[in-house]
Design a protein around this ligand. Sequence first.
Ligand SMILES: [Zn+2]
Length: 394
Amino acid sequence: MPQPLRFQVLAHDPSSSARVGRVETPHGAFATPAFVPVATRAAVRALAASDLRTLDAEVVLCNTYHLFLRPGAETIAALGGLHGFMGWAAPIITDSGGYQVFSLGAGQEADELKGRRRGPAQPSLVRITEEGVEFRSPLDGARHFFTPEQAIAVQHQLGADILLAFDECTAYHHDYAYTRASVQRTHRWAERCLAYHRASPHAERQALFGIVQGGVHRDLREQSAAFIGGLPFDGLAIGGSLGRTKQEWFQVVEWVIPQLPAERPRHLLGVGDVDDLVEGIARGVDWFDCALPTRLARHGTLLGPWPAERWRLHLTRGEFARDASPVDPTCDCLTCREHTRAYLHYLLRSGEATGWRLATIHNLAFLLRLMRAARECIVAGRFAAWRAAVLGVG
Ligand SMILES: [Zn+2]
């Protein structure tokens, strides 16, 4: 059977678990470590596929759940799959929809997974059974039932290069007993996803990744990593609640990665702060996806080499109204080459779509350049010094 994905490790950093690799898919290759921009509804918000190509983005991630609800997987399949539909010929990853099914259901789960403060308890719109998950569409209230097999079938129709197994994404507030039962169910669902996928001709062109769960519990994380890593997935992802503090999630990643087979790629789901990326790379993560950098851009927060300010510049503040300097003088993106902080300040305060576009272009340019630098420094044996300099501790 032809392989849908080839992964080669090209270099290791002697001071950490960081590594440089190359992933080949039927739609081309990408270099790792990588930051994967999130194109939730088949578009990185405010950008066109041509903008992503100009930024040298090599791979994007789309959300199965949103695309399943609208415009529907059959529609996308009829229009050439995601690649044809969105005009992006390079690699695409789709998530399984599990995270959104749980996080968009009302109630405590949603608030926690989205990092919101907990409000008054609301009934959940999500019902979980061994067979699958029933949920209501927030668009029209229609009931849907997702089984692991259906989550894969929908991703087959969407046509991405890398698919993710259907899992239950547990929140931090769940206790040990609940999390253990949930992980075991996620493992049974992983086997069902894999069986369904491997029985299909799509397995020749689409790769399937398993997801490690287990909350913040060491034994559950280690068991999950060993179980999921022991199944014939093409790669592995780390999902779920990684804890409330950075220290907690560093710990979770340190428990999981040594249990995973070294020859297969590792995707850390939903993490994208600058220090998260650098520390994740140091712990052996190959790629990250996160909507945070593009969401921050639309809210007027631009990223740059400023560790003392958590790498953030809040451009909507009054102090930038007459600032004629570029967002980041060291950045060569279109936004920094052609426009001032004052212009972006004005556009963003006025709610102009051009402001979202220019801010998004800069934030992605910054993170994609950060990843290129990480790869170059790992290859050149300078990763430890680079890590300290980026984090501002050198
Ligand atoms: Zn820039």
